[in-house]
Design a protein. Structure first.
Length: 272
């Protein structure tokens, strides 16, 4: 990964459009990458950062929704396969970070407003106090309609998949599993109360190589999506953002692969 340096300062970038940009985010490396990219183009006022979900509660809710057997398979995949893939892909991830200028330096603590959840009263109070024109969402729980209606701002998200075909998680991986390299990409969209169902602003396709696998696809999606996200924020601040017609096809909500599912797709289709 990129060398850790001092956090980025708070000076407004030259030529940045007028307006208040706020992030509503979860605790993930991608939040730091998105923040640092936006800081180079806009005056990001604050990052409203929610606490991590309880792992036990998260798995319990998922088991009720998907079934215990499937969730066990997902946990086995995350604990047995993902660490091995990540260990063998460090250099490739570094290459992608260098290629796209992905910057995972820590955020300045003074820029962070910590809340228990993006759907909490504290998050709503922070949004109302900050009065944003644009809220950039990254890696959070599903945002409630109450939060979306709490301020007159445009909420914009960068989703790691082509919607509505690949909603949920790991859209690039599932597109490759289905043989849809033409739908292996990233979407920038407005946020609504659904799961990745908001109006599409822009979409882009990535081109995984033989060096890539489950742990590198997301870095490629970040690299492709950040420039689109910056354009969307700039256009939204200027009041001229446009939406586009999404690709036709069945809309499906995807989850994490299981251990046996991953092995099957790797053997059958060569998807790593």
């Amino acid at each position: 990964m990129r060398e850790t340096r001092e956090p980025i300062g708070s000076r407004k970038p030259t030529g940045a459009p007028a307006g208040v940009v706020v992030m509503l985010a979860g605790q993930a490396e991608s939040t730091r990458i998105v923040y640092n990219a936006l800081r180079s183009a806009f005056a990001v006022k604050k990052v409203i950062l929610e606490e991590r979900k309880s792992r036990r509660d998260f798995l319990s809710r998922r088991a009720r929704r998907l079934g215990a057997f499937r969730v066990v398979g997902q946990v086995l995949f995350r604990t047995m396969v993902v660490p091995a893939l990540r260990a063998t892909s460090r250099r490739r991830i570094e290459q992608i970070h260098e290629q796209y200028g992905l910057d995972n330096r820590p955020m300045d603590e003074s820029a962070i407003v910590r809340v228990p959840s993006v759907n909490s009263d504290e998050a709503i109070a922070a949004l109302r106090n900050l009065k944003p024109d644009v809220v950039v969402v990254n890696g959070t729980r599903i945002i409630s309609e109450r939060v979306l209606a709490s301020v007159p701002a445009r909420f914009i998200n960068m989703h790691a998949g082509i919607t509505p075909l690949y909603r949920g998680v790991h859209g690039a991986y599932w597109a490759l599993v289905e043989g849809r390299r033409d739908a292996c990409g990233v979407t920038v969209h407005f946020v609504d109360p659904g799961i990745d169902t908001g109006s599409v602003i822009e979409q882009g396709i990535i081109e995984p190589t033989r060096q890539d696998n489950f742990t590198t696809y997301f870095a490629l999606q970040l690299g492709a999506g950040l420039r689109m996200l910056e354009r969307a924020v700039r256009d939204a601040l200027g009041g001229q953002v446009e939406t586009r017609t999404p690709p036709e096809g069945p809309s499906r909500l995807w989850s994490h692969p299981t251990l046996w599912g991953y092995v099957w797709h790797r053997l059958r289709r060569g998807v790593r």
